[in-house]
Design a protein around this ligand. Structure first.
Ligand SMILES: Cc1cc2nc3c(=O)[nH]c(=O)nc-3n(C[C@H](O)[C@H](O)[C@H](O)COP(=O)(O)O)c2cc1C
Length: 333
């Protein structure tokens, strides 16, 4: 059977505008390729010619300050390219964060640069936002997690700020001042137990939190230093809608029922169903509690475990805490 040779592509990442490619198989031929883009592609229908002798000559490319070395890649070009994304929003949950304004009213803002470790959450926020100003002043907030059916609420307060002074960047991005984002969105408030900012009733998960630490980012860029902050908050109390709880467990969420809203490159998504059975999920969640010390520092919900099979897990964990778990060399105490 006559099988056509696979087409191979040679991607050229270099500072040159011309390349001479000489095929290695008989008859030997040469071909000059002009590259108008710093990333040029040469396609050959002869698989062997791609592993050919390649040498380059020519004038420097316009963009030589960015592509100042020459290299070529065989096959790789089919699957990967080099890009410089303006944003790196790879997909994180959308949090509606509530904070208290100086006049005692509540501000609410969507954000999604948020990740959790233990019972701490690290928030990535622009320093110019009203939320940041409030959080640094009051040290309190509620992280209200939105579900994937809450897009209309999020959109209704997107591109708004609670700060009366709209920063030049936000003006360029089309933001406007909105004093009462609850009125605008139709979202409603519930009092919190431990902090002054209220919870958002419509959000299935609400976490009352306290600011523990903050760090300005981009110290290597003097004119941007501190424009973005990483804020470490401690979760004081977690409220969850009952239908998300895993039956038979006092303190667990059923991941099949929790449908968070995810922001990926400014677009909003839900989660697809579970794709793979997770090996990590074979670990008993309670075994992580030692890291957070949430059995020592009491939190709302801890006592729910009494009379359930999880109280037994607690006792077993208490026995092994000292001997088993260390982070680095430091005992977790
Ligand atoms: C879905 C979504 C996610 C966002 N994520 C962030 C974020 O992680 N960090 C941030 O500083 N701003 C984020 N923003 C932009 C803020 O909402 C924006 O800065 C807003 O003006 C903050 O409101 P405030 O000034 O009243 O605090 C996000 C906006 C939307 C709609």
């Amino acid at each position: 059977m006559d099988v056509a040779a696979p087409k191979k592509r040679l991607a050229i990442f270099g500072a040159k505008t011309e390349l001479e490619v000489m095929t290695w198989n008989w008859p030997i031929t040469t071909q000059t390729i002009r590259i108008h883009d710093p990333i040029g592609h040469f396609q050959s229908n002869d698989a062997q010619s791609v592993s050919s002798y390649v040498h380059y000559f020519g004038v420097p490319a316009l963009d030589s300050h960015r592509y100042n070395h020459f290299s070529f890649r065989d096959d790789m070009a089919e699957t990967h390219s080099i890009i410089t994304p303006a944003i790196m929003y790879w997909g994180t949950p959308v949090v509606l964060i509530t904070t208290e304004n100086e006049d005692g009213t509540t501000n609410i803002a969507p954000m999604s640069s948020a990740w959790w470790l233990g019972h701490r959450c690290v928030l990535g926020l622009a320093s110019m936002s009203q939320t940041t100003t409030n959080l640094l002043r009051n040290k309190q907030c509620v992280l209200n997690l939105s579900s994937d059916d809450m897009g209309h609420y999020i959109n209704s307060i997107a591109k708004t700020t609670g700060s009366p002074v709209v920063s030049p960047l936000k003006k360029v991005l089309g933001y406007e001042f909105c004093k009462d984002k609850f009125a605008r969105s139709g979202l409603t408030q519930q009092p919190s137990d431990l902090v002054r900012p209220p919870r958002v009733t419509e959000c299935p998960v609400q976490m009352e939190a306290e600011l523990m630490n903050s760090m300005g980012l981009m110290h290597d860029l003097p004119d941007r230093r501190g424009a973005l902050l990483a804020l470490e908050v401690k979760i004081l109390r977690t409220h969850v809608r009952n239908d998300l709880r895993l039956p038979g467990h006092a303190n667990r969420i059923d991941p099949d029922r929790w449908r968070p809203m995810i922001m990926s490159f400014q677009e909003l998504y839900g989660l697809a169903p579970k794709s793979t059975q997770s090996k990590l999920a074979t670990i008993d969640e309670e075994k992580y509690r030692v890291i957070t010390r949430s059995d020592v520092v009491k939190q709302g919900g801890d006592m729910d475990g009494v009379n359930s099979d999880e109280s037994a897990a607690h006792d077993e964990k208490a026995d092994c805490v000292d001997s088993l778990l260390v982070i680095g060399n430091a005992p977790l105490k």
